[in-house]
Unconditional design. Structure first.
Length: 83
């Protein structure tokens, strides 16, 4: 797994993506919006990798999660879900 402090290919900081599996409802919205990053594992979602390059689809997935179970962070700053 890539260190979240490492830079993405374009020089920006990579985003760390986590799913609170205790809060996840298993709706699958995240997997539909960002299939390269999320997958359903049983009845809950999980990230396919811990970090990703900044991508609007990742934020859309975090914003759309009905349980607010997805967190996207850049370093120590939470960038998703957006207010």
């Amino acid at each position: 797994m890539t260190d979240p402090a490492e830079a993405a290919a374009d020089g920006t900081a990579a985003w760390r993506v986590t799913v609170d599996r205790g809060a996840c409802l298993g709706s699958g919205i995240c997997a539909a919006l960002a299939p390269g990053l999320f997958a359903l594992d049983g009845e809950r979602s999980r990230p396919l990798r811990g970090t990703t390059e900044p991508d609007e689809a990742v934020l859309d997935a975090a914003d759309s999660c009905p349980a607010a179970a997805i967190t996207v962070a850049e370093g120590t700053e939470v960038v998703g879900p957006r207010p």
